[in-house]
Design a protein around this ligand. Structure first.
Ligand code: 173
Length: 325
């Protein structure tokens, strides 16, 4: 063998390519966590995404799913994916407002993930999320779902004076604007807060109150719902840049597929709405002007709060995420 051939053989044995041929990166393994418990509403679509990536990405990308908030607490997940403690996270913006206040704006989006890809919002989000959070925002894993106020005390108008409510940043400004006292907890602490009577109610989407048994401790749901759930799949930016185009394209394709699971989400919303009624959770429906004012207040204080904290990106996000009417 001549010298060149020997080198080529050695390089092949070592799994590397030589002579400037574009190297196929070795299969990349991404450690992933979810900010919602395994198998619950907030993780279902993400877990399906992981299955598909692992089935179709052999030799290219594999995801090592570490699990839910038992591995990393919900409000720490943002930091973990930013710092590369994990390379991928399924997390809602409300859980990492400590890193970038803009994250909580995504609940105010009036369009779906696929629509936001078309109108430039997805690219803008990625510019800001790259810069401020060191992550790539791959795709939405949960959307098209309103949040609601759940109560154990009856109200007959949108006045929450005297009520103590469990919140996250999603609901804080809105519930406070309606007079409530608030206490922040992760989802994992809601049941105990209800059981001990520490709170008179809580904010949560239409879907998911059965997962951790909260329905046993819930008397009323207030309609209409407000805002829109946003849970996204974030990829640590260093890990994203280390991958090659083929790997990034594959993950982007899987992300677009993930957003097609939205139809399942919408079906689960309806199933849970029905089940809530069946087990006797009463609906308090704000009608007419009361409903209109409730929703207007929600969006007004929501955007006010984002724009006050991010005068640079808040107005642009508002323009990109709001439906023109
Ligand atoms: O914990 C929460 O109530 C919350 O902020 C949230 C956000 C998105 C989906 C589900 C819950």
């Amino acid at each position: 063998m001549n010298r060149a051939k020997i080198m080529a053989a050695a390089a092949l044995a070592a799994g590397t390519a030589i002579w400037g041929a574009p190297a196929d990166a070795a299969e990349v393994r991404l450690r992933a966590v979810s900010s919602f418990a395994e198998g619950t509403t907030g993780s279902i679509n993400f877990e399906k995404f992981i299955q598909k990536v692992n089935a179709e990405g052999k030799g290219l990308v594999q995801i090592n799913y570490i699990g839910g908030p038992k591995a990393i607490p919900a409000f720490e997940v943002g930091n973990a994916v930013r710092n590369g403690v994990v390379e991928m996270a399924n997390v809602t913006g409300a859980f990492y407002t400590n890193i970038m206040p803009e994250s909580d704006a995504l609940k105010l989006a009036q369009m779906t993930g696929p629509e936001l890809r078309k109108n430039g919002a997805h690219d803008y989000i990625n510019k800001v999320w790259n810069e401020k959070m060191n992550v790539q925002y791959l795709a939405r894993s949960w959307e098209s779902t309103p949040f609601h106020l759940y109560l154990n005390k009856k109200i007959d108008k949108p006045d929450l004076t005297g009520l103590k409510l469990r919140i996250t940043p999603v609901y804080r400004d809105f519930f406070q604007a309606l007079g409530a006292t608030v206490v922040q907890t992760s989802p994992g602490e809601v049941y105990t807060a209800l059981e001990r009577g520490v709170v008179d109610g809580y904010g949560w989407p239409i879907q998911g109150i059965f997962d951790l048994g909260w329905h046993e401790r819930t008397k009323f749901r207030v309609d209409p719902g407000f805002y829109n759930v946003e849970v996204g799949v974030l990829v640590n930016l260093n890990a994203w840049k280390r991958m090659d185009d083929k790997q990034r394209d594959f993950l982007n394709r899987m992300g677009i597929w993930l957003e097609t699971l939205d139809a399942d989400t919408i079906a689960r919303n309806e199933a849970d709405r029905k089940r809530q009624a069946e087990i006797g959770i009463q609906t308090i429906t704000l009608e007419g002007d009361a409903a209109k004012q409730y929703l207007e207040k929600a969006y007004e204080v929501g955007w006010q709060s984002i724009i006050a904290k991010s005068p640079e990106h808040g107005p642009k996000l508002r323009a990109l995420l709001s439906k023109k009417n």
